[in-house]
Design a protein around this ligand. Structure first.
Ligand code: ZN
Length: 175
């Protein structure tokens, strides 16, 4: 099922590259999110499968019905839970993530924290067309989302805090 999820996500994201990240294939990102959860001791299969699929509804033509049919309804619900509604303007979507974070399910919270860590790691390492100020603003926003999601996996929270601190120091030095 995990390989099936990786293949499904690879297929759905096949024409996408990470934003500005040296044309890195999109699939690298959800695989890293799943791998980080494993490194932090998570091993429940619905969680890992959903983490691999976490961007397919938001960013590709995949639908909740399709994910339900290929996997199951819990996985589809979880993926939907961590998906932004792309019909809303960017700022509204970002505000909604902060507002909705505390009410998310256990597994959705874990995916959110891992996703933010992986996004921050990416833009600290790979060139991206963002100023240090914009990256710092992302860190501030990610901290607000994670504030509503933390407390479920000590190691994951610790990795987030370390990534945030490292990012803040690195970006402040670039200002
Ligand atoms: Zn993501």
């Amino acid at each position: 099922m995990i390989i099936k999820a990786a293949v499904f996500a690879a297929e759905k994201h096949r024409y996408q590259r990470r934003k500005g990240f040296n044309q890195i294939p999109y699939i690298n990102h959800p695989l890293k999110v799943a791998n980080l959860l494993i490194e932090c001791g998570e091993n429940e299969s619905n969680l890992l499968i959903s983490s691999i699929l976490h961007d397919v509804i938001e960013d590709t033509d995949a639908t909740e019905a399709e994910v339900t049919e290929k996997f199951n309804s819990e996985i589809a619900k979880l993926v939907l839970e961590v998906s932004d509604n792309k019909e809303l303007p960017y700022t509204t979507r970002k505000e909604l993530q902060v507002k909705k974070a505390p009410g998310l399910s256990h597994d959705a919270k874990l995916i959110k924290v891992a996703d933010k860590i992986c996004n921050i790691r990416d833009f600290l390492v790979y060139p991206v067309d963002w100023s240090p100020e914009r990256k710092l603003a992302y860190l501030d926003w990610a901290k607000l989302v994670v504030a509503g999601c933390r407390g479920l996996n000590e190691k994951l929270d610790q990795v987030f805090d370390e990534t945030l601190e490292k990012g803040t120091n690195q970006l402040n030095a670039e200002l």
